[in-house]
Design a protein around this ligand. Structure first.
Ligand code: PLP
Length: 459
C-alpha cells in the first residue's frame, strides 16, 4: 500500500504536474501541493530540503496556493446561496494566513478577544467576525462590542444576560445568536464532538424557542440576529451534517418569522484526509473512499435544505481550509532499537504538534528524500519527557536514518496554533510557499523571547 501510494503520487516531471492539474479538475477536492519531484518532497515548486537548510527544523511549511484553491472551491460550491465563509482562526492563526483570507473577502469565526486582536492586526474586518465560546469574559465582551463585531454566538442564558448588561453600560446594542445543540452524533473523536447533549456546548434544541422569547422580552440591549450550530470537528461523512441541518432548519424558519433573524450558521467541522493524504491527489484513492466527505458532496447535500430558508448562510470551516495545506518539517536525530520496538527520534515534539497525544490524531510521515527501499515498522517519537510524546506508533515508513529530513503531513490545522514551549522548546518557525517563492511568516522563537514575560525576583 505504502509503495503503491508513493508511486501513484510520484511527480517527477512537468508532465506529471500536468497530471496533477487534471486530477484537480476531475476531483477538485482535497488536493494539496506536496509531491515528490526529482526525488525530493516539494511544497509547490520549493524543495523542502532547501527550506530546512535556510530556516532549520522543526518548521511549519504552508502552501499558499493550496489554501487559495480550497477557499475558492468552497466559495464557488455555495455560490447559489447568500453564503459567507467565517474562517475559524483557531485552526491556524498566523497573521499571514489571516491576511491572505481577509484579502479574499473571508470573515472570521473567533473564540477569544485575543483572536479578534489578531484579526485586526492582520487587516481583517471586525464587522465580519462571529464570536463563539462558552466562557467569554466581561473584558472580552466589551472589546468585541467596541470593535463592532458581526455577532456574538451565545451558549447560555447567563452569558446573554451578561452581554445585555455590558451593552447597556456601553450604550450599545449587541447583535446575538444562540448556538443550538441539535443532539446529533458527529461520529468523530469524543474530544472533538460538540453537538450532543453531553457536551458543554450550545443550548438544547428543545429550549431555543423559549430562550429567544426571553431575550426578546427581557434583554432590550440585544439584537437577535441569527442562529448557529457546530456539531464537531473532523467529520469524514456528510450524513451527520444533513441530520443536524434537517433538525435545525424548521427552527431557523420559525425564528426568522418571529424575530427576523438574518442568518443561520452551520458551523465548521468538514474533515480532511489524514490517512492517505499524499495519495488523495489520485483518482483511484477517491474511488476506494466513496464516503469521504468532499466540499462538493457537502454542498450538494446541504444546499437544497438551506436554500428555502432565504437566510444568509455562514460557514465556519477551520481545518478544511488549512489542514492539508501545511506540513511540519522535522529531522530524524537518532534511532534506537528497544526490546520490542524500533524508535526514530525526531526534533519535533508534542509541544509542536499535540494532536496525536491529545486525541489520537494521525499524521502521515514522509521522508523528504524519496526512498525506494523497504519500509520498516517504527514509533516516531519526539524529545519531550512524556510517554505521550509520539507522532506515530507501529507505523510502516521508509527506513529513514539519523540526519534525514521528514515531513509530517496535514499539519496546517491545529498544529502551530496549539503549540507550546513545554520543555523550554522555542516555538517553531513558519514559512509560506507561493510557487517558487518562500516567505518567512514566523521567526523561530528565541530563548530570550520565550522568557520575555518572566520576572526574576531581585534577591
Ligand atoms: C472549532 C470551531 C470551528 C471550526 O472547526 P473545524 O473542524 O476546524 O472546521 C467552527 N466553529 C466553531 C464554533 C468552532 O468552535
Amino acid at each position: 500500500m505504502m509503495r503503491l501510494n508513493r508511486n501513484l503520487v510520484r511527480s517527477r516531471t512537468c508532465q506529471t504536474v500536468l497530471v496533477f492539474d487534471t486530477f484537480k479538475k476531475l476531483t477538485p477536492d482535497l488536493m494539496h501541493q506536496f509531491a515528490y519531484k526529482n526525488g525530493s518532497l516539494h511544497c509547490e515548486n520549493v524543495d523542502l530540503a532547501a527550506i530546512a537548510a535556510t530556516y532549520g527544523t522543526p518548521t511549519f511549511v504552508y502552501s499558499r496556493n493550496t489554501i487559495l484553491a480550497d477557499l475558492d472551491e468552497l466559495q464557488r460550491a455555495f455560490a447559489e446561496l447568500d453564503a459567507h465563509i467565517a474562517y475559524a482562526i483557531k485552526a491556524c492563526s498566523n497573521g499571514a494566513i489571516l491576511q491572505l483570507m481577509a484579502k479574499r473577502g473571508v470573515g472570521f469565526d473567533i473564540v477569544s478577544g485575543g483572536e479578534l486582536w489578531r484579526i485586526i492586526r492582520a487587516g481583517g474586518d471586525p464587522s465580519a467576525c462571529t464570536y463563539a465560546g462558552v466562557a467569554k469574559t466581561e473584558e472580552e465582551i466589551r472589546y468585541a462590542l467596541e470593535c463592532g463585531i458581526y455577532c456574538f454566538i451565545c451558549e447560555s442564558e447567563d452569558e446573554l444576560r451578561a452581554i445585555n448588561r455590558i451593552a447597556s453600560d456601553a450604550g450599545k446594542q449587541a447583535p446575538v445568536a444562540v448556538r443550538v445543540n441539535p443532539n446529533v452524533d458527529a461520529h468523530t473523536h469524543k474530544y472533538i464532538t460538540t453537538g450532543t447533549n453531553e457536551n458543554k456546548f450550545g443550548v438544547d434544541i428543545s429550549r431555543i424557542e423559549q430562550l429567544y422569547a426571553t431575550i426578546a422580552a427581557e434583554m432590550p440591549r440585544l439584537r437577535i440576529r441569527g442562529l448557529q450550530m457546530h456539531i464537531g470537528s473532523q467529520l469524514t461523512e456528510v450524513q451527520p451534517f444533513v441530520t443536524a441541518v434537517q433538525k435545525v432548519t424548521p427552527l431557523a424558519s420559525q425564528l426568522k418569522e418571529l424575530y427576523g433573524i438574518e442568518f443561520l450558521s452551520i458551523g465548521g467541522g468538514i474533515g480532511i484526509v489524514y490517512d492517505g493524504c499524499l495519495a488523495s491527489g489520485n483518482l483511484d484513492w477517491w474511488k476506494e473512499h466513496p464516503e469521504q466527505i468532499t466540499i462538493a458532496s457537502y454542498a450538494r447535500a446541504l444546499i437544497p435544505l438551506l436554500k428555502p430558508l432565504g437566510l444568509r448562510i455562514l460557514l465556519e470551516p477551520g481545518r478544511r481550509l488549512v489542514g492539508n495545506a501545511g506540513v511540519l518539517l522535522t529531522r530524524c536525530i537518532y534511532e534506537k532499537r528497544g526490546e520490542s520496538k524500533l524508535f526514530k527520534m525526531i526534533d519535533a515534539g508534542m509541544n509542536d504538534i499535540i494532536r496525536p497525544a491529545l486525541y489520537e490524531g494521525y499524521h502521515e510521515i514522509w521522508p523528504v528524500r524519496e526512498h525506494n527501499d523497504d519500509s520498516v515498522v517504527v514509533d516516531v517519537v519526539g524529545p519531550i519527557c512524556e510517554s505521550g510524546d509520539f507522532q506515530a506508533q507501529n507505523r510502516s515508513i521508509p527506513d529513514v536514518k539519523p540526519g534525514e529530513l521528514l515531513a509530517e503531513l496535514s499539519a496546517g490545522a491545529y498544529g502551530s496554533s496549539m503549540s507550546s514551549t513545554y520543555n523550554s522548546r522555542p516555538l517553531a518557525a513558519e514559512v509560506m510557499v507561493d510557487g517558487d517563492k518562500i516567505t518567512l511568516i514566523r521567526r523561530r522563537q528565541t530563548l530570550e523571547s520565550m522568557v520575555a514575560d518572566e520576572i526574576l525576583p531581585t534577591p
